[in-house]
Design a protein around this ligand. Structure first.
Ligand code: MBD
Ligand code: FE
Length: 277
């Protein structure tokens, strides 16, 4: 386990990354903002009334909120506990493949590859070999050549490159371009379950509430093609002990891979179907 893989280091990187890539302004009209904030506050007020929340509990909340910011864990906390509903609402009208939460660890502009590639990894990268392949199609069945399959995932230590100091930049990240028949083939390793950092405020809350802090092993993907709505999704592995209790509620039955074991390695096939823009 990396010594420097602290919640503060990971959180600071995730916060910095978010601030660098988000435009941060949704142009929300005052009436809509007023409605949203009123409803959030009404939920908080109801929680306090229903549970006779005390001043010490209120002060503990203030202290905890202050600490989440200090730890840089707002991206982590929000993506774990809130994003799944935003994703559900944003993609409800789609006919193509199911999406899933992006999470805090995506980095744009990963190294680009052709239709078949081995993701950047260390010479001694641990983990079960995995070949992940499939086809990108439109909802009308047309294959989509030149589509981009942007993939990122963790390795055996559980961490994502770019968010802890001692993993090489772009490790287990890459952008694959589909061939003339919309197909791609990615050689990588099987990801491992992700544990929310235990030494930060999100971990402290999870512990205090008596929950477990795990996400099941998952591949993250963004699939894009000009003229089509991009898909941000995740794929999961059958039998993972956390598939039914993902702390981030990101698992959907449609996102479960059905890998086959081929001589000590895994082979998994999954096709992506894109909605027109
Ligand atoms: C992750 O790896 C992740 O995918 C999400 C959604 C939240 C926290 C960590
Ligand atoms: Fe993840």
């Amino acid at each position: 386990m990396s010594e420097n893989a602290t919640a503060a280091a990971t959180g600071a990187s995730a916060t910095e990354r978010f601030q660098a890539t988000s435009n941060g302004a949704a142009d929300t009209p005052p009436e809509r903002l007023s409605t949203l904030i009123r409803q959030v506050l009404a939920g908080v007020h109801a929680t306090i009334r229903d549970n006779d929340v005390t001043y010490p509990e209120y002060d503990a909340l203030k202290a905890w909120l202050i600490q989440v910011g200090r730890d840089g864990e707002w991206p982590l906390f929000l993506d774990v506990f809130v994003e799944h509903v935003v994703e559900e609402v944003a993609t409800a009208d789609r006919h193509g493949s199911k999406g899933a939460i992006e999470g805090p660890f995506y980095v744009p502009d990963a190294p680009e590859f052709g239709a078949e590639a081995t993701l950047p990894m260390r010479e001694n990268e641990r983990g079960l070999k995995l070949t992940f392949h499939g086809q990108v199609r439109a909802v009308d069945g047309r294959p989509l050549p030149g589509a981009k399959v942007d993939i990122w995932h963790n390795g055996e230590e559980g961490f994502y490159s770019q968010f802890v100091p001692d993993i090489p930049e772009w490790n287990l990240r890459g952008v694959i371009t589909t061939d003339h028949s919309g197909r791609f083939r990615i050689h990588t390793i099987k990801p491992t379950p992700y544990q929310i950092p235990t030494d930060g405020s999100t971990g402290a809350l999870i512990r205090a509430a008596g929950w477990h802090a795990y996400r099941p092993a998952h591949l993250h993907l963004k699939v894009t093609a000009p003229g089509f709505r991009p898909i941000t999704t995740q794929l999961y592995f059958p039998g993972d002990p956390h598939n039914d209790s993902d702390i981030a509620d990101g698992v959907k039955p449609e996102l479960m891979l059905a890998p086959t074991a081929v001589g000590g390695a895994l082979d998994a096939e999954y096709d992506f179907v894109l909605d027109p823009a």
